[in-house]
Design a protein. Structure first.
Length: 499
């Protein structure tokens, strides 16, 4: 391991989980060219660690290792693959406190949420350990006498996994676990802001006993072509790319990998509507919005981005929401009482400020917040006050862009058909939420909202048992559930004649 320059050391019970190297072919190693990328604590904007600044050479070495390992890993029995995944799952749970502390330090999410993410990510590993032994094929009823016709499902091959910074553990776990369960091998690149949690996760996979080359991970400061990920895009041995991140980068990767026609799963950005009908249970709607919106300080892809409230309940909803929002405590992730942590970096703060300024210039009313925060507890440059803006309009930037911060814009409506049109008026289609107690309306509205995931009287819905993913420009492919394994398998039709 390289020497880490940690001025405020993390009290990990397993300091060896803090890795500062790539893992290629079963070996921890520096970048071939020897460069480094610094990792900062968003609570203070100070560097506390570093990881390799990998280049195309490192990406290629990882792909070589994964391609070699695939030839034997695909033949390991599903039962044995499942056993290894179960061991990995247990190690993640056993070390979840360390993983949570590391995650909070590099990403800024409050500790309670980071602990929740460790358990959540582990649940996908366990789920796919169980699914590994159920990737059955089909025996078909023969189309003519003297034939047997059947379908087997085979692993697609080497999988490249590229992940964002907002869920440093869960996003990579729910890509690697189904890939390994299916019999694929993996090359992975975590986001440059949050590489350490991913490296710790891979260190635990090594401990679980996966053979060399089955999981490879490289870190980098420059995300794109011609570096790391770029080296995989045109590599014909990399048969699938699974990406979670922003829509523009997803589109770029889809174009850039088209020469080798890779299988793609793209989990991209969102612009979720959250609708409160006049027959909603208002305290439940406020609670659902608080849980959905302020998780990870609003930095989630499914974060309610546009909140539509019926005129008849607007005043009551605003009153209760304001009380709940003003009760949120802001502070560094490591304080147990922090509910809203720092934003990931200065660009995130600038985006929120731009959205708020633009909305106020266009006539929005400031109900609470609307400013950055710096005080004795929240003593860093990236804190932003949980904010509610009333009288939001479609012409505002916050209507069409993902804010990715603790900002709730409230739009008024009076008519169901109109609000559905307005909710669907976006190129995104990841998540949508609505609150209503009318059973007929629940079926009607669920059928009309254009989103891959719908929360009905519920503000938080991600789960390993359910398929997660978007439609429209929020991407394609599904993670979790039995559908999640299909993305890593291909069908092969076998026809035996002369029987
Ligand atoms: P991002 O698109 O900037 O980066 C995601 C990953 O792609 C990172 O690892 C980054 O290094 C890499 N990357 C960036 N440019 C690249 C390029 N040109 N070539 C190759 N790799 C490149 O996204 P982000 O800022 O890390 O994450 C936030 C975004 O992710 C938001 O839009 C959010 O909605 C989305 N997201 C979606 C989901 C989902 O499940 N749909 C989940 C979490 C986050």
């Amino acid at each position: 391991m390289n020497e880490l320059r940690d001025e405020s050391p993390l009290a990990l019970s397993r300091p060896d989980l803090m890795r500062g190297q790539n893992f290629i072919n079963g070996t921890w190693c520096d970048a071939v060219k020897g460069g480094w990328h610094e990792v900062s604590d968003p609570a203070t904007d100070t560097v506390f660690s570093r990881v390799p600044d990998s280049t195309a050479e490192d990406g290629k070495a990882a792909a070589n290792a994964a391609a070699r390992a695939f030839t034997s890993w695909r033949n390991v029995s599903a039962r044995d693959r499942s056993r290894l995944l179960k061991r990995w799952h247990q190690l993640i749970l056993d070390n979840s406190e360390d993983l949570a502390r590391l995650m909070s330090r590099e990403q800024g999410k409050p500790l309670a949420e980071a602990r929740g993410e460790a358990t959540f990510g582990a649940a996908y590993v366990e789920w796919f350990a169980e699914q590994a032994v159920r990737s059955n094929g089909d025996m078909l009823v023969p189309g003519m006498p003297g034939r047997q016709q059947m379908v087997v499902r085979e692993p697609v091959g080497v999988v490249a996994a590229v992940t964002p910074w907002n869920f440093p553990l869960a996003m990579i776990a729910r890509k690697i676990a189904p890939a390994l369960a299916a019999g694929c091998t993996v090359v992975a690149k975590p986001a440059e802001d949050t590489p350490l949690t991913a490296l710790a996760l891979v260190a635990l996979a090594e401990e679980a006993g996966f053979p060399a080359g089955v999981i490879n991970i490289v870190t980098a400061s420059r995300p794109g072509t011609p570096d790391t990920v770029g080296s995989w895009l045109n590599d014909p041995r990399v048969r699938k790319l699974t990406f979670t991140g922003s829509t523009p980068v997803g589109k770029y990767l889809a174009r850039a990998s088209s020469d080798t026609l890779k299988r793609l799963s793209l989990e991209l950005g969102g612009n979720a509507p959250f609708i409160v009908f006049e027959d909603a249970d208002i305290p439940a709607a406020v609670d659902g919005l608080m849980r959905g919106k302020f998780r990870n300080s609003g930095q989630t892809c499914v974060s309610p981005n546009r909140v539509y409230v019926h005129d008849a309940v607007y005043a009551e909803f605003v009153e209760q929401l304001k009380v709940a929002v003003e009760a949120l405590t802001i502070g560094p992730a490591e304080r147990e009482d922090s509910l809203v942590g720092p934003m990931i970096n200065g660009r995130a703060i600038e985006k929120i400020e731009r959205h708020v300024r633009d909305a106020l210039d266009q006539g929005a009313t400031l109900i609470t917040g609307g400013h950055s925060v710096r005080n004795e507890i929240a003593d860093g440059p990236f804190y932003y006050a949980p904010t509610i803006l009333g009288d939001a309009k479609e012409s505002m930037t916050l209507h069409c862009e993902e804010t990715f911060g603790p900002l709730v814009p409230l739009f008024r409506f009076t008519d169901e058909a109109d609000v559905i049109n307005r909710a669907n008026d976006t190129s995104y289609g990841l998540a949508a939420y609505f609150y209503s107690q009318d059973p007929a309306r629940i079926w009607r509205v669920s059928g009309q909202l254009e989103a891959g995931v719908i929360g009905i009287n519920e503000g938080v819905f991600a789960s390993e048992v359910a398929p997660f993913g978007g439609i429209k420009e929020s991407g394609y492919g599904r993670e979790g559930s039995h559908y999640g394994l299909d993305d890593y398998l291909q069908f092969k039709y076998l026809c035996q004649g002369n029987l």
